[in-house]
Write a protein that binds this ligand. Structure first.
Ligand SMILES: C[S@@+](CC[C@H](N)C(=O)[O-])C[C@H]1O[C@@H](n2cnc3c(N)ncnc32)[C@H](O)[C@@H]1O
Ligand SMILES: *[C@@H]1O[C@H](CO)[C@@H](O)[C@H](O)[C@H]1NC(C)=O
Ligand SMILES: *[C@@H]1O[C@H](CO)[C@@H](O)[C@H](O)[C@H]1NC(C)=O
Length: 425
C-alpha cells in the first residue's frame, strides 16, 4: 500500500501549480477535468465534482512562496487522485528509485513546457562551440540544464566541474546577462590550445592556480562581489563527480536552495555516491534489491543487460554479504578515487537525511525514446517516460531532433533538480 501511494506520488511529477495568475488557473482547470474523467469512470462523479469545485477555490487562495517554479499545492490530493492512474507511471519491470521530498511538492513546469523548450533549444544546441563533447554533457542534459536555468532565472549561476566549458556555454545561452562562477581545476582556456573549448567573458573562474573546491569557497565574499543578497536566487550546477551527499551538505551549509546534479547515477553504477543511490530503499518502488541469483530481479537484469550497455546484472549490483546499496555496498567519491564501504544502516540514515532536506526532487526525463534516439546505453526501464515517446517520429522530426547525430543522445544519467532547505526540527 505504501509503495503504491509513493509510486502514485511519483506520477504527480508533472502536476500543476496553484499560483493565481491566469495560466495557472487554466492549468488547474485542466487538472480538475482530468480528475473528473478518472473518477467518473469508476462512478464517483458527485463527490468528484464537489472536490473539483473545492480544488478550484483552493487554487485561488493558495499562493506559491518561492520565486521559482515550485507549487505549494497539497500533496495529499495528488496522492489520492493519482493513485487511480498510478499504473501509467510505473517504470517497467525493475522500477526505479526516487527521492521523497518533505511535503511531496513538485516542479511547476509540465511536459508541454518541456516540448516547447525542446523546439527552442535544438537550434541553439546546433550552434554549440564544442561539437563532440566526449566525457562531457550530451544533448539530454544540455537541454535539461538550459531549461531549468531559463525557467528559474537565477541572478547568479555557479558551476562545479566545467571541463572544456560546454556547460558554461549552456548556462550562458539560458541567461545571457547573468554572472557565472565556475569552479574547475583546469581552466577551460587550456583546452583552447588543442581544440574547441568555451571561455565565457562574464564568468569568474576559480581554476588553475586559483582553483578552490566548492566546500572551501568563501561564499560570503563571492555573493557580495556579485551583489547577491538572497541565496534563493542562485542556481548551483554540479558536474564534478563528487559524493553528492557531501555536496548536498556543503550547499545546505552555504544557504543555497536550488541545485542540479548532472550525474545522478543509478544504484550499482557510477563513480560517486548519487541521490538516486541514496534514496534507493525498500519502501520505494525499484528499491530494496534482491541479491538472490535465482530471483525474478536477477533474471530480468540479465535479460536487460543484453539490450542496454549500462544495465547492471545482479552480480555487478551485489557485493560481499549481499550489499547492493551505493555501488556494491560502497560509497564512491571523487571519480572513484575514494571508495568507502558503508553499512546498510549508514546508507539508510543517509536516505533519511536526504529526505529531511528535500523540498523538490525532479529527474529530467530522457528527451526521446530509444527507438527514436537509437541510444543503446541506459535502460529505459530505469528511467522516467521520455519527453518524446517512442512512436512519435513526427514530433521528433518536427522538433529538429532527427537532425542531431545519434551519439549526442548517449549520455543520459538521470540529471536531477533539487530544492533543499534545512530539516524541520
Ligand atoms: C565530466 S567533467 C565536466 C563536464 C562539463 N560540465 C561539460 O559540460 O562538458 C568533470 C570536471 O570536473 C572537474 N573536477 C574534478 N575535481 C573537481 C572538483 N573538486 N571541483 C570541481 N571540479 C572538479 C574535472 O577536472 C572535469 O573538468
Ligand atoms: C558582460 O555582461 C554585461 C552586462 O550584461 C555586458 O554589458 C557585457 O557586454 C558582458 N561582457 C562580455 C564580455 O560578454
Ligand atoms: C572503483 O574503485 C574500487 C576500489 O578502489 C575498484 O575496485 C573499482 O574497480 C573501481 N571501479 C571503477 C569503475 O573504476
Amino acid at each position: 500500500m505504501l509503495e503504491r501511494v509513493l509510486s502514485a506520488r511519483r506520477a504527480a511529477q508533472f502536476s500543476e501549480g496553484d499560483e493565481d495568475d491566469e495560466s495557472k488557473t487554466r492549468k488547474n482547470i485542466f487538472f480538475a477535468t482530468r480528475v473528473t474523467n478518472q473518477m467518473s469512470r469508476i462512478g464517483y462523479l458527485w463527490p468528484c465534482l464537489l472536490l473539483c469545485i473545492f480544488l478550484l477555490i483552493a487554487s485561488i487562495f493558495i499562493h506559491s512562496r518561492n520565486f521559482v517554479c515550485v507549487s505549494s499545492s497539497a500533496p495529499y490530493y495528488h496522492t489520492n487522485f493519482f493513485a487511480i492512474d498510478g499504473l501509467d507511471s510505473d517504470f517497467g519491470s525493475l522500477g526505479v528509485p526516487w527521492c521523497r521530498s518533505k511535503q511531496g511538492r513538485t516542479v511547476e513546469w509540465t511536459s508541454k513546457d518541456l516540448v516547447k523548450g525542446l523546439e527552442e533549444f535544438v537550434p541553439i544546441y546546433e550552434t554549440r562551440p564544442i561539437i563532440n563533447n566526449l566525457y562531457g554533457m550530451g544533448f539530454d542534459h544540455s537541454f535539461g540544464l538550459w531549461f531549468i536555468a531559463r525557467w528559474l532565472k537565477p541572478d547568479l549561476m555557479i558551476e562545479s566541474g566545467a571541463f572544456k566549458g560546454h556547460s558554461t556555454w549552456v548556462l550562458r545561452q539560458a541567461m545571457p546577462d547573468k554572472p557565472i562562477v565556475s569552479l574547475t581545476p583546469r581552466h577551460p582556456e587550456k583546452y583552447l590550445k588543442k581544440g574547441p573549448a568555451y571561455v565565457d567573458g562574464n564568468c569568474t573562474y576559480f581554476a588553475g592556480k586559483d582553483f578552490v573546491d566548492f566546500g572551501s569557497v568563501n561564499w560570503g565574499s563571492v555573493m557580495k562581489k556579485h551583489g547577491i543578497t538572497d541565496r534563493n536566487r542562485v542556481l548551483i550546477f554540479f558536474d564534478d563527480h563528487q559524493n553528492e551527499l557531501k555536496r548536498l551538505k556543503q550547499a545546505l551549509k552555504a544557504g543555497f536552495h536550488h541545485i542540479v546534479f548532472e550525474d545522478n547515477y543509478d544504484t550499482g553504477t557510477g563513480d560517486h555516491y548519487s541521490l538516486r543511490q541514496m534514496c534507493d530503499q525498500f519502501y520505494i518502488r525499484g528499491g530494496g534489491h534482491s541479491c538472490f541469483r535465482d530471483s525474478d530481479e536477477a533474471r530480468i537484469r540479465i535479460k536487460r543487460k543484453k539490450f542496454w550497455e549500462k544495465a547492471v546484472d545482479i552480480q555487478e549490483l551485489c557485493g560481499p554479504s549481499e550489499a547492493w546499496w551505493g555501488v556494491r555496498g560502497q560509497m564512491r567519491d571523487d571519480f572513484n578515487h575514494s571508495n568507502k564501504a558503508i553499512s546498510y544502516k549508514e546508507h539508510f540514515q543517509n536516505s533519511r537525511f536526504v529526505e529531511s532536506v528535500l523540498d523538490v526532487y525532479w529527474e529530467l526525463p530522457p528527451v526521446a525514446g530509444p527507438s527514436l534516439t537509437h541510444q543503446t546505453r541506459y535502460d529505459p526501464a530505469r528511467a522516467s517516460s521520455p519527453i518524446v515517446e517512442d512512436g512519435r517520429f513526427g514530433l521528433f522530426q518536427r522538433l529538429g531532433l532527427s537532425r542531431l547525430e545519434t551519439s549526442v543522445f548517449n549520455g543520459y544519467t538521470q540529471m536531477v533538480y533539487l530544492q533543499i532547505s534545512e530539516p524541520e526540527s
